[in-house]
Ligand binder design. Structure first.
Ligand SMILES: C[S@@+](CC[C@H](N)C(=O)[O-])C[C@H]1O[C@@H](n2cnc3c(N)ncnc32)[C@H](O)[C@@H]1O
Length: 270
């Protein structure tokens, strides 16, 4: 786990065992598609031209880059990530199904692109892992075209609830916040994004909330994508015990518990 602090972010695919990597790829796929309709509606609201050049920073295995590629059929969608292995997965699993995708290895802090290159840059669930979000935003600002847009979509740990109350769910969230912070991440990044964008020099910063609830997705999928990564980053037997308690709690209810979560989408113009 100490490797993660060296790299300056709290997500590292290498920290998974061989078997764990396969599960993590599945988790990332569910995470990429669980609220696909709401996310596409949000991106549509940005009115990207069909020939836009798009970059996804922190693209992981590229599932979302593929969605972006479909939204700009006459343009291009590039994905960039620090993980060589996740990029290999993107090249294998996603690229063959689209004609306008390319994937690049690199760091959000030092993008391997020239100034003024992209019409739109999307950052999805990467900023919670960055220890220097301002530097990454300044770098995104540099490679975005003048008049182009940069969006950061991420969580805020204060914007999640479960009813009936489940102490194990709350405890795991708290432990995950502490663990992620230790490795340089920040699960409260959502609320900080508007002023970080302003500090990075963006104008017309816009703040949208994407409200999601267990009426929109399968509760088991949500519990899986939110708890497995948390337990892994916490890395203690207590965390695994909490996952069991959450599963038992959900199974013991007469009706499925209700979960609500808000994701923040903050957009600035260069
Ligand atoms: C949780 S995954 C999100 C993947 C994808 N955006 C999605 O929403 O499905 C976070 C990704 O950010 C990448 N990442 C974290 N820090 C990074 C950095 N400093 N530069 C580039 N990529 C980074 C990780 O390798 C990982 O693939």
């Amino acid at each position: 786990m100490s490797e993660m602090t060296k790299q300056g972010y709290s997500y590292d695919f290498d920290m998974f065992s061989e078997q764990g990597r396969e599960k993590e790829l599945k988790r990332l796929y569910t995470q990429a598609t669980i609220a696909k309709e709401q996310e596409i509606n949000f991106i549509d609201s940005l009115q990207l031209p069909e020939n836009a050049s798009v970059l996804e920073i922190g693209c992981g295995p590229g599932f979302v880059t593929g969605i972006l590629g479909d939204l700009v059929p006459k343009g291009t969608a590039h994905g960039l990530d620090a993980s060589k292995e996740l990029l290999e997965a993107a090249d294998k699993l996603v690229k063959p199904h689209h004609s306008n995708l390319s994937f690049f290895e690199g760091s959000a802090y030092e993008l391997p692109f020239q100034d003024n290159t992209y019409d739109f840059i999307y950052n999805r669930l990467i900023y919670q892992h960055l220890n220097n979000p301002l530097k990454a935003l300044q770098e995104a600002n540099r490679v975005c075209k003048k008049g182009g847009m940069v969006t950061v979509l991420d969580v805020d740990a204060g914007m999640q609830l479960i009813e009936p109350a489940c102490p194990a769910f709350e405890k795991l969230n708290q432990l995950a916040c502490e663990a992620q912070m230790k490795y340089g991440g920040d699960r409260y990044i959502g609320r900080k994004l508007p002023s970080l964008m302003q500090q990075a020099g963006f104008s017309k910063v816009d703040f949208k909330v994407l409200p999601l609830s267990s009426l929109d997705f399968k509760l088991a999928d949500y519990i899986n994508i939110t708890t497995r990564f948390k337990a892994m980053i916490v890395g203690t037997s207590e965390a695994n015990q909490l996952i069991n308690e959450i599963d038992n709690f959900c199974n013991a209810q007469k009706t499925e518990p209700f979960v609500f979560v808000s994701v923040f989408a903050v957009t600035g113009i260069v």
